[in-house]
Design a protein around this ligand. Structure first.
Ligand SMILES: [Mg+2]
Length: 418
């Protein structure tokens, strides 16, 4: 049966991710629209260009070159240090959307996934429609763009994704191989490195089509097994399955935020805890877990971290209960000092199905709590994690101020890692 395979690739991933983050933090320029690059420490004349914007590319800035050299080409180049913690969070948000929509997908690199969506036409429309919907969903919800290649196998899907960038869907279906794949230079074929390309050029093979039409026996004799593989790729033949990425079973989750200003008043701090709790409890329920332990931690204005953990009476995923617990734990450890950052954690996670309730629980009351969370979650899953908040999160005068510090999707950004 013919398969349908997508290759999804984030456009200039590191640069886009930093740009999105900086815009959310109130930086008024979009790095993607100016000559900019992600790199190491320029001062020490160390570091290379890890990613560049399209305007930087126009100045001839290339990935992998030393920063000082890039600066020479483009004196106004804005260089932003790499933030790997951010990239790994963005990468998870990206795969989370894919995981939500598709049962079979494979993480190929930090910013690339293969998806096997064979037989999903009934739910998602034809493959191009389906890819377009995914492209715009990622853009809308996460603020960065992807290119999606659509085909019947992994190699062709990956090659298709290269055809149009950024923010685009392109296909190379088997019947389009001759028209779209064959005219490309042979060094653009998947798995053809620089030295193989040189050797192929010497054999008079300059386009992928030339390679496709070469006798496979010649390829095998000259390049061994690899020669046969690239001959198959040039002909659009690739049987490699999309191997499902196993989502790691999380043991704990946490959420923290750097406050817009130091806070020492409980009536300002509690709404922040409520907000963190709402977002984290939502994540917990999406994971299908209950937690047995909660942690509250904060960093004061002298950068001293205070943290306390407490075992729960029984495992739970109920927002209201988790908020009550974290609030009382915070009150237990807080002594009135100015706080610059605040976080909560849920740990000792256990599958929800296995969670037993106790004799002291009133089933009707518990049922009400589950129903409230389920209703709130259905709103959040449609409109974003911050679309619905408990009233306890809204009474703070700093609410509006905080708002701009937080992205969607129930992930309150960690500015300062604990
Ligand atoms: Mg990429």
């Amino acid at each position: 049966m013919a398969r349908t395979v997508f290759h999804v690739d984030v456009n200039s991933a590191f640069l886009s991710w930093s740009a999105v983050q900086m815009l959310r933090n109130g930086y008024d320029t979009d790095l993607r629209l100016i000559p900019s690059a992600i790199g190491g420490d320029e001062e020490k004349r160390k570091g290379i260009v890890l990613a560049k914007s399209i305007p930087a590319k126009k100045y001839g800035v290339i990935t992998g070159e030393p920063l000082w050299q890039a600066r020479k080409k483009c004196p106004e180049l804005v260089i932003v240090p790499a933030n790997y913690g951010l990239y790994s969070r963005m990468s998870s948000l990206f795969t989370e959307i894919i995981d939500h929509e598709f049962p079979v997908w494979q993480k190929y690199s930090v910013d690339e996934c293969f998806i096997d969506c064979t037989g999903m036409e009934g739910i998602r429309g034809d493959p191009i429609q389906s890819a377009e919907a995914l492209r715009s969903e990622i853009k809308e919800r996460l603020g960065f763009t992807v290119s999606i290649g659509v085909s019947s196998c992994k190699v062709l899907a990956k090659m298709a994704g290269e055809l149009k960038k950024p923010d685009a869907v392109s296909s190379i279906f088997p019947y389009e191989v001759e028209k779209k794949l064959w005219p490309l230079p042979v060094d653009e074929l998947f798995m053809v490195g620089r030295s193989t390309a040189r050797a192929l050029n010497l054999m008079g093979i300059s386009q992928i089509g030339d390679l496709a039409k070469t006798d496979p026996e010649i390829m095998k004799k000259r390049f061994g097994k690899h020669g046969l593989s690239i001959w198959l790729y040039a002909n659009g033949i690739d049987q490699e399955p999309v191997v499902s990425t196993m989502r790691e079973e999380p043991k704990s989750c946490s959420q923290s935020v750097t406050l817009p200003h130091d806070m020492s008043c409980e009536k300002d701090i509690i709404p922040v805890i409520s907000r963190l709790c709402a977002a984290l409890a939502y994540r917990l329920r999406r994971l299908g877990k209950c937690c047995c332990e909660v942690t509250v931690f904060f960093k004061d204005d002298k950068f001293v971290t205070v943290s306390r953990q407490q075992r729960l009476f029984r495992p739970t995923d109920i927002s209201g209960e988790l908020f009550e617990k974290t609030r009382s734990l915070f009150r237990l450890i807080y002594d009135g000092r100015p706080i610059r950052a605040l976080g909560i954690g849920f740990s000792a996670l256990t599958p929800k199905e296995g969670c037993a309730f106790t004799l002291f629980d009133d089933p009707a009351n518990l049922g009400r709590k589950f129903a409230i969370d389920a209703a709130a979650d259905s709103v959040r899953s449609r409109f974003g994690g911050e679309s619905l908040l408990p009233a306890s999160a809204l009474i703070s005068p700093t609410f509006e101020h905080l708002k701009r510090f937080e992205p969607n999707e129930g992930h309150i950004r960690t500015v300062c890692p604990f």
